[in-house]
Design a protein around this ligand. Sequence first.
Ligand code: SAM
Length: 291
Amino acid sequence: MAEKRWIAETLFDPFGLRMTFAAERVLYETQTAHQHLVLFEHAHFGKVLMLDGATQVTTRDEFIYHEMMTHVPFLAHGGVREVLIVGGGDCGIAEEVLKHKSVARLTQVEIDPSVVEFSKEHFPEFAGPVLADPRFDLVIADGVDYVGRTERRFDVIIVDSTDPQGPGKVLFSYDFYAGCKRCMAKGGVLVTQNGVPFFQPDELTASIGHFRRLFADAGCYVAAIPTYVGGHMAMGWATDEASLRAHTVETIAERYAAAGRFPTRYWTPEVHKAAFALPRFIADHVAGAAP
Ligand code: SAM
């Protein structure tokens, strides 16, 4: 029997830490125009996608991140029609967004067409329903250019990006967030993939510092995702409507019922509310984020 290939996540090499997967089978590996892409099968996590040595999505735990990046801003807002996803090539978040019947149009701006192409084949459970939905439109572009020039206005903007390296670096910049503010509709909200504060505190404080110069209410909420090593994952939060994160569990539950109580495996009205209660070390990072 052939020796299994062990595939390492190199994102935390600077910390002397490597999460390493025993690949049952490498399904796809290539250097795209933008990044190194490898997809493999794992006995416990199912399909695992890595870009530039960073775990992006696994079949086994995708639901946690995808549900929390979508249903928290949606049910906090309560009347979402126009949605923008920046990044999100695997279509996992788009699939959650389109569970909301209120959505009139979802635009996904992805820089690397090959990530979407290969998701059609390898993540049909996400890409299938999404690409068949008439409300969905895909734009191949750099997110920073798109938010800087689009005439459209969005109720929710979800930044499902890679880490601040390679093509994803610009999606953590002040100019990008200023572009998001420019194309946000009144009462809208921005949520961002913002790393694991235990290892990436500067990434979080830098983003929140930028948010504070642009929005009235800036902070983050958290969830624990097994393959995003390091404990809590932070999801950046920026809006001019401070009331959006002050809703009671009852209000969130009513909105969930009105949205058709679609099935979830992680998100609940209680988890939604609790996600904004930050552990002190993360709250200190947020408090210390200077504009
Ligand atoms: N959930 C994952 C995470 O938290 O690390 C992210 C998943 S998704 C696959 C990330 C996507 O962001 C990739 O498809 C990548 O091509 C895209 N991306 C990176 N930089 C981008 C940019 N500047 N504009 C648009 N999309 C970008």
